[in-house]
Structures are given as structure tokens and as C-alpha cells.
Design a protein around this ligand. Structure first.
Ligand SMILES: [Zn+2]
Ligand SMILES: [Zn+2]
Length: 213
């Protein structure tokens, strides 16, 4: 089994977790034995997030999507952003804030949970008022945390350990863009995402009555 970064292997991961006896959990209480907290930091693409979200819904694995309000890549305040939040909710997912330190404005669109974007170690794990921080000590230990940063598992793809039920619980952080778009490296995946983005933008131009003839 090759541990590729695509939706096919994301499905394998979730099915492995089910085989291993894990169940979906969120950042609304301390993790317990058997919990799998699916966390997605949405840095670049709402479309990518929705592709992963649809697959999770099909497999009945709700996740927590951390969305940015000040991304340079997408506009959560646009109709497209509002529709993305609506669809995530409709699919049964939770929505947290992917916040840029020190700004923390958890309005009504969000559940009371945040994850800092590109955090510095000095505030990364610090508890915050009136919300859960996905990296505070109760949700994070090196043994119960895996992340796919830049299309690379620092401690290996967890699908086999999940399948064997070897992890007491797990916070699994994935970036949907890496899984929704295809490439053998982060560079290739990002180029695939940009190709899709170009098509999407052309559609938006047409909708905005820009003459593309
Ligand atoms: Zn794997
Ligand atoms: Zn981020």
C-alpha cells in the first residue's frame, strides 16, 4: 500500500480508523480512548476543503474545519465563503477559526474552537479565553498527533497504526488542498490546485459578465 496524498488514500485512512475501532470526536471536550479528532486547517482553498468534506460525509466521519477570515487565498465573507460554511454544516462538520495571531474574533459562524495559522511556539499551545485551542496540551501530545505539513508525514502515515488500534487516540491534522489536488510533491500538488483555480476564476469572470469571447 503506497501512502499517497490523494482522496483514495484519505478514504483508506478513515476506513482503517473504523476497522481499528476509533470514533469521531471534536474539540468540545478532553479526548478519550478511541477518539479520532479530524482537523483540517484550510489555508488555501475552500473548494479543496469541500471535496474532502464530501468524502468524509459519505464515510460518516465528521471533522472540524478551521477556516480563515483573513486569508489572501479565499474570501470567507463572499457568497462563495458563506456557501462553503453552509455546506460544511449541512454535511455535519464543525467549523472553527484558523486565526492569525493575535486576532481572535469568533463570531457566530464559528464553533468556540481555534487553531493558529503558522504559529510561533510562544503562543501556539497557550489556552485562550472562551474557546478551545486545538494545540493546547489536553489536545496535543507528540504520541497522539500527526500532521501532513507540506505533503510530508513527519512521523509516518498513521493508517496502519489506526487499523491495528495502536494509538490511544489521535488528532489528525490534514490540509485538504494536499489531498484534493494531485501531485507527487507539494510543488506538483500546488500547480494542480492553481490549474483548478484558473478554471474556477474563468467561471467567475463569465458570471461577472466579463467578455471572454
Ligand atoms: Zn498510509
Ligand atoms: Zn494554516
Amino acid at each position: 500500500m503506497s501512502c499517497s496524498f490523494d482522496l483514495g488514500h484519505y478514504r483508506v485512512l478513515l476506513e482503517a480508523a473504523r476497522t481499528g475501532g476509533y470514533r469521531p470526536a471534536f474539540f468540545d471536550r478532553d479526548p478519550a480512548e478511541g477518539d479520532l479528532l479530524l482537523r483540517h486547517d484550510v489555508d488555501l482553498s475552500l473548494d479543496g476543503a469541500l471535496r474532502v468534506a464530501e468524502l468524509e460525509a459519505e464515510l460518516e466521519w465528521p471533522a472540524t474545519y478551521f477556516l480563515m477570515t483573513e486569508s489572501v487565498f479565499y474570501n470567507l465573507a463572499s457568497p462563495e465563503g458563506a456557501a462553503a460554511i453552509g455546506r460544511l454544516r449541512e454535511l455535519g462538520h464543525r467549523v472553527g477559526l484558523h486565526a492569525v495571531h493575535p486576532r481572535l474574533e469568533l463570531d457566530a459562524r464559528f464553533d468556540p474552537v481555534l487553531a493558529w495559522h503558522n504559529p510561533n511556539p510562544d503562543y501556539m499551545s497557550a489556552p485562550v479565553e472562551d474557546a478551545a485551542n486545538a494545540m493546547e496540551p489536553r489536545f496535543f501530545s507528540p504520541e497522539t498527533y500527526r500532521s501532513d505539513s507540506n505533503q510530508h508525514w513527519r512521523h509516518g502515515c498513521p493508517h496502519e497504526q489506526l487499523e491495528r488500534g495502536e494509538l490511544p487516540w489521535l488528532q489528525l491534522l490534514t490540509h485538504p488542498e494536499i489531498w484534493a489536488y494531485h501531485g507527487a510533491t507539494m510543488r506538483e500538488t500546488m500547480l494542480a490546485m492553481l490549474d483548478a483555480e484558473r478554471d474556477r476564476r474563468l467561471g467567475q469572470l463569465a458570471e461577472d459578465r466579463i467578455d471572454l469571447s
